[in-house]
Design a protein around this ligand. Structure first.
Ligand SMILES: Cc1cc2nc3c(=O)[nH]c(=O)nc-3n(C[C@H](O)[C@H](O)[C@H](O)COP(=O)(O)OP(=O)(O)OC[C@H]3O[C@@H](n4cnc5c(N)ncnc54)[C@H](O)[C@@H]3O)c2cc1C
Length: 406
């Protein structure tokens, strides 16, 4: 009996130990599972459903999160705005099975030509870069946004239009936001906030950041216009005049984007090119800024909310999608606090380069005007600057601190 009792005691103590070990393991697992769940159940608010916000929603969904995404406008913006997806963006989209879908809608632009009035100075072929997407994928921003929206909805995320972020307040645990919907103001607690709310970003202002740089009065005129022309209709043409350069980008079906800082860009079309019908025209002010900070606690600003620049180089939408990709990667790895350190300098340098190239195209100083009017004489140096210009046009000019090259 005693023996039995002892053995029962020993075995029951053993069992208790085993039980305790199991309990501890279960607890550890529970904590881990909870931590995992917590992370994936984190309340993430995306303010803004432009290309940056919609991309962030897709990337978060793929990482196992279910963000809330709101936009104050009623529906997708109807304008063609940004036309080009660059190779890096295509590399990002490919990871989500979207590159082919974008390519089906748009077309592959293989080159950019530089002209002095009608005369071809040089043609820069994109196929010379070593990249799996050695071209620009061209489609109007409205259609890019529609494709992104479709993907967001497919993933079971509702995009709440006519819903405006009013304010944001850090409360120690996360962010308390005030959101206006159907005339009512509701409160929403978010563990993370992604401010993808464009140039006039409420998130940027609420975080106490502002755009750095001087506001420039740099008025451009932009047209989507039907043209009759014998210019190759699948490549961009940069047409230099003494007064300034204009950009001509074929969209599709004889519709071209024409933009420039000269007073009436359509009067600077190369000889033999005729305007058939203006489909859309808008003035816009080109200015160059990067916000003085990108993140506070768990709130981050991306896209136009964080940077603004001229359309030369077609980087606006592309940089926003890259920002979204990096921010989500860091949220997933619990390292969002590194975002600014990894991204801010890269953005500053990129905007600086865009500003420089824009100045050469549009500047009015005597030297720049002289350089533009004598550009054909620069023919011998073109072979040397061609690779750099090619990389700039494709957004492959410099990598960032995390080497986001896809
Ligand atoms: C006329 C024009 C022409 C352009 N042409 C080119 C081009 O040729 N190439 C190029 O690369 N780029 C171009 N751009 C820039 C490009 O369109 C932007 O870089 C791009 O749209 C940035 O995307 P985003 O998502 O960061 O911001 P946005 O597209 O501005 O989206 C921000 C969204 O946030 C929403 N929002 C704002 N405030 C709130 C709030 N408080 N609450 C909720 N929602 C809010 C807005 O309604 C908007 O839908 C052009 C822009 C304009 C205006």
């Amino acid at each position: 009996m005693k023996r039995e009792g002892l053995s029962t005691f020993v075995s029951s103590t053993k069992y208790m130990e085993i039980d305790r070990t199991i309990d501890r393991d279960i607890n550890i697992n529970r904590i881990l599972v909870n931590k995992f769940r917590l992370k994936n159940n984190a309340n993430i608010l995306i303010a803004g459903a432009g290309p940056s916000g919609l991309s962030a929603a897709i990337f978060l969904s793929e990482a196992g999160f279910h963000p809330r995404i709101i936009d104050k406008k009623k529906e997708i913006s109807p304008y063609s705005k940004a036309l080009a997806l660059n190779p890096n963006t295509m590399g990002i989209l490919q990871q989500y099975g979207l590159a082919e879908i974008f390519l089906k809608k748009g077309y592959k632009m293989p080159a950019v030509s530089f002209r002095k009035e009608k005369k071809l100075l040089f043609r820069n072929e994109f196929s010379k870069v070593s990249h799996k997407f050695p071209f620009l994928a061209i489609l109007p921003q409205k259609e890019s946004e529609e494709l992104l929206l479709e993907e967001v909805l497919k993933r079971g995320i509702n995009v709440e239009f006519s819903t405006e972020l009013i304010s944001l307040e850090e409360n120690g645990k996360g962010y308390l936001s005030k959101i206006k919907k159907n005339g009512n103001v509701e409160e929403f607690n978010a563990d993370y906030v992604i401010g993808a709310d464009g140039a006039h970003s409420v998130v940027r202002k609420q975080l106490g950041f502002h755009y750095e740089g001087v506001h420039e009065d740099n008025h451009w005129q932009l047209y989507d216009v039907e043209l009759e022309t014998d210019l190759p209709n699948q490549e961009t043409h940069i047409v230099m005049h003494k007064e300034g350069g204009i950009i001509m980008i074929p969209i599709r079906d004889n519709i071209w984007r024409v933009a420039g800082k000269v007073e009436k860009p359509l009067e600077y079309l190369p000889e033999g090119t005729k305007v058939v019908q203006i489909k859309w025209e808008t003035p816009f002010n080109v200015t160059h800024h990067v916000a003085n900070g990108l993140i506070k606690q768990n709130a981050v600003i991306i896209g136009d909310a964080a940077h603004l620049h001229s359309p030369i180089g077609g980087r606006g939408m592309n940089l926003g999608i890259e920002d979204a990709y990096l921010a989500v990667r860091l949220i997933k790895e619990d390292r969002l606090n590194e975002y600014e350190q990894l991204r801010l300098n890269y953005l500053r340098n990129t905007v600086k380069r865009i500003k420089f190239v824009t100045k050469i195209m549009t500047g009015t100083s005597f030297f720049i005007k002289f350089a533009r009017s004598t550009s054909p004489l620069g023919f011998p140096i073109f072979p040397f600057i061609k690779p750099a210009l090619r990389k700039f046009a494709l957004g492959l000019d410099k990598t960032d601190a995390v080497n986001m090259r896809f």
